[in-house]
Write a new protein. Structure first.
Lengths: 152, 152
DNA sequence: ATGAGTGCAAATGCTTTGCATCCTG
DNA sequence: CAGGATGCAAAGCATTTGCACTCAT
């Protein structure tokens, strides 16, 4: 999402226009709930679940349905405008659709981005046409490692 | 599972003994349902779901509970004796716990193993202690590619 | 014999769907 | 003003859990 948009110094109004344009580019109408969902996910590096997005947005709109959050995220994912991470439990959503990978802390559950190496050479899988590559690194993040050390 | 066991020319009886030994190594009692689950998963390269395993085993045992299949697979996974793949939808289970990766066909859903390169160099993630690396290749498998060509 | 394991059913968690109403393009 | 989108509730899967009974160790 916003692949080609330099969003430094983007005015509030400009951002709103951009959000609407992105939705239409995905073949979706720029309704209030959808704009709010996109606005919230945009720039969120925490890979939130649909539930988390819903909770953050509940106060902002007069009404908001769980189903709308799910349906909108699914539509955006289908259109290739947001990423969807399946790591067990609830799916997590990612505003960054550039090729990159993820590290998940098995202690606190946090998911962090891992840049994809510039020269990402995929293995050749005889006859298999690769369209997407996901790497998932599971382990323990720095803060949790430190917490472990202090306890032991 | 069976990491260190040369299972060529293993007699039927020997295999059964091995299955029981593996279960005990995982801290589990070698009950009839569990033996059947391990026996079925062993040598199955299709990465079946719990549901699929249940269906295949239903006829073989006088009774078998869904819950037992789930609980056993979870226990084996917790003990590191089977792999669990989260690719969206139902989890898939893998008897192979050696480091390797997976390719999933977005057309037919089949999951195939991808060998991990011998010198697998993981990226250094400042402070993050990596315990496991999963690569998922999404795309279209050879048979589905061919089917596509013929239709178009 | 003792406690882990089983089967069954109910509960839980995540996601999708049906439908009447609302609103964008 | 037509068809897409919303909200709500109910349905649908996947998985887990509670509990009385059974069986492996």
């Amino acid at each position: 999402m916003f692949r080609s948009i330099p969003n430094k110094e983007l005015s509030q109004a400009g951002l709103e226009l951009r959000i609407a344009a992105e939705l239409r580019a995905a073949g979706l109408r720029a309704t209030a709930p959808r704009r709010a969902i996109v606005r919230e996910l945009l720039g969120d590096t925490s890979h939130p679940t649909a539930q988390q997005l819903f909770e953050r947005l509940e106060g902002q709109l007069r009404t908001l349905s769980f189903a709308t959050v799910y349906n909108t995220l699914r539509a955006l994912n289908d259109a290739g405008h947001v990423g969807r991470l399946e790591l067990g439990g609830a799916a997590r959503f990612d505003p960054n659709v550039e090729p990159h990978h993820h590290a998940i802390c098995e202690s606190c559950g946090e998911v962090r981005d891992v840049p994809a190496p510039k020269a990402a050479r995929a293995p050749r899988l005889s006859g298999f046409r690769i369209s997407r590559v996901d790497h998932v690194y599971r382990g323990v993040c720095a803060p949790c490692l430190e917490a472990e050390t202090q306890t032991s």
